[in-house]
Design a protein around this ligand. Structure first.
Ligand SMILES: [Zn+2]
Length: 94
């Protein structure tokens, strides 16, 4: 394991659904093979770190390229962490 990533260190972020439904708080999991990307399989959500300027510019529903290059849409910005802002997103509807 030569590859280390600052972005994948620290606690996993809370799922965005859990943030808004206190009775359903749960954390996302790191996505295999993608440093700095988390996912919640239950809700089909993803999260990754973007810089603060990017997060401030993006609004819910804006297009956001997914980690794998496919199309996604912004769900919302989350907590600041490690100098960036956590951004929740999900795959765009086909
Ligand atoms: Zn979830």
């Amino acid at each position: 394991m030569a590859e280390t990533s600052q972005q994948s260190s620290g606690p996993n972020p809370l799922c965005e659904v859990g943030r808004t439904h206190p009775r359903d708080r749960h954390r996302m999991r790191p996505l295999d093979g993608q440093a700095g990307v988390w996912t919640c399989a239950r809700h089909g959500l993803f999260a990754s770190l973007v810089d603060k300027e990017t997060a401030a510019r993006l609004e819910r529903g804006d297009p956001f390229p997914m980690h794998d290059g496919s199309g996604g849409v912004v769900v919302r910005a989350g907590d600041e962490r490690q100098g960036g802002t956590l951004l929740y997103y999900r795959p765009a509807d086909e």
